[in-house]
Design a protein around this ligand. Sequence first.
Ligand code: GDP
Length: 366
Amino acid sequence: MEHPENDSKYLGLNVNSGVAQPPSVNPYLASRPRRKPIPTAGELVEGILKGDITALSRAVTLVESMAPDHYALAQEVIEKCLPSSGHSRRIGITGVPGAGKSTSIDVFGLEVIRRTGGKLAVLAIDPSSERTKGSILGDKTRMEKLSTHPGAFIRPSPSAGSLGGVARKTRETIVLCEAAGYDNIFVETVGVGQSETAVHSMVDFFLLIQLAGTGDELQGIKRGIMEMADGIVINKADGDNIGPAQLAQAQFRSALHLFPPTASGWQPEVLTYSGYYELGITEVWDMIDRYFEFVKANGYFERKRQEQARWWMFETINEQLRKNFYEDPEIERLLARNEREVLANRRSSFAAAADVLNHYFANFKK
Ligand code: GDP
């Protein structure tokens, strides 16, 4: 059939008339099983401990899955991997979109592999990626060199769910990667929301990537993020931008002096570098090496990891309790009714809360 688009007056794209489509089901595939069966926890753990990427990827997919039976299997795998985990350097990397995270991680990643002779896993926390279709952090296509390196495992952010849920999955994935022999872990996040706190609760070193030359270097970022940083690095210190980068460096340094001393006793450093032109990369990693030496020597490294383990236990309990409460259909109805009453000024907020909670606890005790 002729398409009207092929008329010479039509300004859009030309469309050729169609060809016959092959059958949608490949007859050669019919006799094969549709999917590989899910391996047992034992098989997955055996593969992971051998450093098998397929086993690792499948286990991570289970961790990310919403299906309850996958959850149970994932937990079993994680428990079995725990004794072989923990022996890595976990580094959080944050910066606003455009700060140069992917460019830098590509270069930093190669540097860290070169220095340690080890393996690197790049993970990410980006709870917004599904909704905004924004940058899917940790995406391989954004890290050209690393993505083809045999020592690198790159995994984009789990996209579904709340920040707490997404962060928990990334935290569990760290355990799996460590058991598979990845001794360097990067966790990437966008420095514009709450996700930095979640990243901070799972890494040993928190690196903040900043830009100079925007005129309001210090206003653009939240004080909270700066306070979390163990190192601030000003990217794109190349060409005409070297001067502004150095100015920003001085400003950040003096701003940091106004902060209270850090719990680790480490004085956060401010450096400039260029991810694109690969300038100053060695200095950035010298700083990170110095940090690890410092906190391992003064005991802070271990203490922080223990605090994080405790934090995650309570965080998981809180998340499950909240879910159990808010996802109960009866509670949802009661909540909606009480909300209307409160908004219409017929009931106090406290009486409404008591009504819903009493109902929940009464049912719970049965
Ligand atoms: P992300 O959104 O934080 O991951 O940032 P990208 O790594 O995608 O970088 C954003 C833009 O900045 C890209 O166009 C990069 O080419 C550019 N860029 C990254 N690093 C540098 C750098 O060191 N110098 C310069 N001049 N440009 C850079």
